[in-house]
Structure formats: C-alpha cells, structure tokens
Ligand binder design. Structure first.
Ligand code: SAH
Length: 346
C-alpha cells in the first residue's frame, strides 16, 4: 500500500537538510529546496531548476507541495482588495489588501472560522473548522505582496492579524508563520511592522511575553466593564478583564512594547460616560493607545454605531488623560472586506 505523501512545507529547514542526508545527498540541497519553497514560492518540483532530475523525482515520490489559490479577487472603490483564498482541502478563508497613503497593509486570517463568539462579528457565525498551517498564513501574505507590486507598484509594508480567527488560539502556527515572514528566506520584513490582534487570551499573552516576540500587540477591548464585555464577547466570562489586565502588565514588563486597544462604540452598549471613565482607568495600567474603530454593520446584526458626538466625547476623555487615540475609518465596506465582515459570503 502506498504511504500518503507528506506536505514538504510542513518541514523545517533542518528537517529538509536531514532528508537529503538520509537519501545520500548533500545537506545544502535542503537549503536550496527551502528557498524555492518559501522565497520563490514555486508549486512544483519541476520548477526547481538547480536541482537534478533525479532528486526532483525522489522529492516527487515523497512529498506534495500544498499551496493556496486565490479564488476570487474583489476590488473596492477605495482600492481595498479582498481575496477569497482556497486551501488545499477546499476550505476558504479571506484576506485583505489595504492601501493607506504610500503604504500597503495585509490583513490575514489565522483560522477557518473562529471559536470565539463576539456577537458583533460576522466571522463568529462560522464555526471554527480548523487552524491554518504556517504556510497557509505565509501564502496569504505573499499573495498580497504580489498584488501590492502589481496594482500599487510597491511592496507590502505592514501585516495585521485581524482577518478570520483568533491568532492566539492557533499560537504555534501563527508564530511560525511570522518567523518565516521575517526571515531572510521569506519576506525579510521587520517584526515591528506586524501587529497581532487578539480578543484577549490572558494565558497566551503571557506566553508571547515569555517568548520575547518583537511584533506589536493589539487587544480588542470594546469595553472596560466586565459585565458589558461579557454581553458582547461572551467568552470574556472565562477570560476576565482582571486576568487580561494582569497579562498585559506582564507583557509590558517583559517587552516594553505599548499595547493598542481596539474599541468600537455602540449606541446603548458602551456609549455612556461611565463607559468612557472605565476605559480611561483601564488605560492607566500599561502604556497604550486606543484605536476607535468604525462599526461595520453585519447582516442581521442589531448593533448600531454611536453618534459622532459620543465618539468625540471618547476622544476628549482620552486626550485629557494623555492617552493617544486614533480613529480607524472603515475600508472596503462595499465588498464586505472591513473589520468583522469576513464571512465567506460569496
Ligand atoms: N480575533 C482577533 C482578530 C480578528 S478581528 C481579535 O478579536 O482581535 C479584528 C478586529 O475587528 C477586532 O478588533 C474585532 O473586535 C473587530 N471587529 C469585529 N467585528 C467588527 C465589526 N462588525 N465592525 C468593526 N470591527 C469589528
């Protein structure tokens, strides 16, 4: 019986080198193949032109090369591009190219669906099907890098893990993908240009600090009042604000890296003065900034964005307490590519 072939992209460089030693070849062949797979991103062994036919045949017999395919590409009138990305097993995730002035940001997915249950997010309605592998995350980034060169004539400059899924629930694969993205054999991107956004999983935030990661951390806070937060993000019953606070203090003590709080203001949910006070208080715990995100309505949703006046009150309250605050306007709303709208609708 034929044994099932292994995905060669699941191998580390060291494992690839060992494979060549095992078949009686020079280990440096492993480095060459690794470069073809990651830096050049080829999809067939035949494309590896500096590798002999004999070795290519041996590779073909032992491995497959799993890769993604961009199924559909939708362009927004504001220049945002949404990719529907088909994985090797037929499942689909979405990733987004966001042009901002002279930069291009990639927003990538870390899971198919999501295991969390934020009531305002379209992705939460898809149950979590599986975690993405490091190569599947990496490929989304490379696809957007190529689109940026093609449509905007410049390389990708930033990456945010704000697509589908909770990155800290797929910790190992997300970190491995970032390692590949930042390595010279990958995109060679500085980790400072990468932001991981989490709903707030305290244990894993501490693990990030222990692992001394160099990328930036954003936390989807949305309310600094435990009871309110539980209503809109029910998983927060298990991951409380007290635990979150403690994990962020730990993060800051170890990394000295400022945290960004993502925050949407909804009418009747968190638009009162005591909501603002609670946020300002929460912001005292560790150095941070607040990113007020415009709400993107989702199908059948009951939430409504608070008025401009309330948003201004928030900005004022934060500014008098000297907490940096920015407002993030939605991009790509017309193609359902904005925050919280990724739901494989097509
Ligand atoms: N699970 C991670 C990353 C994905 S969500 C996290 O929660 O951080 C990326 C951001 O979009 C989060 O801040 C999330 O709270 C926000 N978001 C979700 N639904 C939204 C919506 N409908 N409108 C605006 N922002 C939304």
């Amino acid at each position: 019986m034929a044994t099932e072939k292994k995905d060669i992209r699941a191998l580390s460089k060291e494992e690839l080198r060992n494979f060549f030693v095992q078949i009686g070849e020079q280990p440096f062949r492993g480095n060459q193949v690794y470069e073809w797979l990651w830096n050049k991103g080829v999809h067939t062994f035949d494309a590896m032109t500096n590798i002999s036919m004999e070795i290519r045949t041996a590779l073909e017999a032992a491995f497959t090369i799993n890769h993604i395919a961009v199924d559909t590409l939708q362009k927004s009138e504001d220049g945002t591009i949404k990719n529907a990305v088909r994985l090797h097993d037929g499942l689909v995730v979405e990733s987004v190219l966001i042009p901002v002035k002279n930069r291009t940001t990639a927003c990538v997915s870390s899971q198919v669906g999501c295991s969390l249950d934020c009531t305002f997010c379209a992705t939460a309605r898809l149950k979590r099907m599986r975690n993405l592998n490091p190569d599947e995350i990496y490929d989304q980034v490379m696809a957007i890098h190529r689109e940026s060169l093609l449509y905007h004539n410049r390389p990708l400059s930033n990456i945010v893990f704000m697509g589908m899924g909770e990155p800290l629930m797929n910790y190992k694969n997300v970190l491995e993908s970032i390692e590949k993205i930042t390595s010279d054999e990958g995109l060679g991107m500085s980790p400072k240009r990468i932001t991981l956004s989490t709903s707030g999983v305290p244990k894993m935030i501490k693990k990030l600090a222990d692992d001394e990661v160099k990328f930036k951390l954003a936390v989807s806070l949305h309310s600094a009042i435990q009871q309110t937060r539980e209503q809109i993000m029910p998983f927060a019953k298990s991951f409380t604000l007290t635990d979150l606070r403690e994990s962020l203090e730990y993060w800051y003590a170890k990394t000295k890296s400022r945290v960004t709080y993502e925050y949407v203001v909804w009418e009747g949910v968190n638009d009162a003065f005591h909501d603002m006070e609670a946020l300002v208080k929460f912001c005292q715990y560790v150095p941070c900034k607040v990113n007020l995100i415009e709400y993107n309505p989702i199908d059948g949703g009951t939430f409504k964005q608070a008025s401009e006046q309330v948003i201004h009150q928030y900005i004022e309250q934060l500014e008098v307490s000297r907490i940096p605050v920015t407002v993030r306007r939605s991009r790509g709303k017309d193609i359902d590519a904005a925050c919280g709208q990724l739901a494989n609708k097509h």
